[in-house]
Design a protein around this ligand. Sequence first.
Ligand code: NDP
Length: 450
Amino acid sequence: MIATKESAIDKFMKMVEQRNPAQTEFHQAVYEVALAVIPFIEQHPEYQKANILERMIEAERILIFRVPWMDDAGNFRVNRGYRVQMNNAIGPYKGGLRFHPNVTLSVLKFLAFEQVFKNSLTTLPMGGGKGGSDFDPKGKSDNEVMRFCQSFMTELFRHIGKDTDIPAGDIGVGSREIGFLFGQFKRLTNEFTGVLTGKGFAYGGSLIRPEATGYGLLFFVDEMLKLKGDSIKGKKVLISGSGNVAQYAIEKTIAFGGIPITASDSDGFIYDPKGITTEKLAFLFDLKNNRRGRIVEYAEKFGCEYFEGERPWKIPADVALPCAVQNELNEDDAQMLVDNGCRLVAEGANMPTTPAAIALLQRNGILYAPGKATNAGGVAVSGLEMSQNSVRLFWTREEVENRLKGIMQKIHEQCIAYGKNADGSIDYLRGANIGGFVRVADAMLAEGHV
Ligand code: NDP
């Protein structure tokens, strides 16, 4: 029986690799889904007959375009822009924009594919997409970033719209970039609509959107621990990254009584054994969001250890929350977590844990939950921002946060519904993948062969 499942998955992956050569990140994201979904499809011939999974891995539309811009010294510069419109079976395309030098079509296809399942899990009416550029905002002046964003939007605006495709932020695209992109969209179309989410509150943004991914992650972790009769109170927590997701994951960890002891950036990580407190977090917010400095400055300021070029996973702790980038936690890292007694790994970033590391964690009975479930809070509040824009109202912080909490609880329930093992334990990976798949697949069946 197992041999049949493996061979069906192998055959499927061979086809994926042949049709998408050299797109390794995309192969990895599809493989993670295939492992859970193909055995499920084998028991549901209606999905098999309609070739649903084969149709889901083919993007509905991919746009690739030139982005010319001029730097402050008057040099002519060029980058590549992308938008991957993956699937709109349950709603308009929705997903962030990433500006980072390692952005490729493979990275954006992996992110867009993940987004389809994640958005489905939120239970809100949002399809999946992702976009971005190999432009690096780091080290650029505000004026250079503005000229780049204006040029990027000068092509993208033709392909997006409040009922078609609604981009948001991701790595390298924060409130500054969203502001510039929105300004240019408005200028080109003469329309003030909710075409982007993550907007500033002054021009149509939602309260709690900046906090949503980090807070949502902790709401989910809270549910996982509650099910075990436990809580995060007093637990040591490893967090990687120091950007949007990491900052608010640290904030909510503190609020729940946990002790965040690490943070990182692409240069290294800090280890603060006494815990990052609210006061120290205020320094981190200012360092990263206003001064755009490096994490080493935290260690200098508070006199704690800094590990250059390393990641936090070797530090003993109870919980690990990777919140930086894909494939930042490998098999060796997972082994260190296991050896040091870590009990739970939940992803704030997209696909931060390699397949070998996931297998190792699961083999060792560590509670592991994938990003498509645990970091869905960001897109969920983006969905709530769209609702508020449609009815031209603003909800209070409490209202948005309560809705976010409710959505994370519903995602957790779906993971249980589809991921419960015979011994009562929960396979969150299987639960999230099948839970995300079913709603999209049913909509695709209903909408015909389009
Ligand atoms: P930010 O750009 O705000 O922060 C990214 C963080 O990751 C920075 O600390 C950055 O350090 C670090 N980082 C980037 N590349 C590397 C690398 N190669 N090695 C080590 N660290 C690295 O992005 P976000 O916080 O928004 O996003 C983080 C992750 O969460 C991404 O995977 C994103 O897709 C995912 N996510 C984000 C959501 C959101 O709402 N923002 C929603 C759902 C998922 P440095 O400054 O040195 O580059």
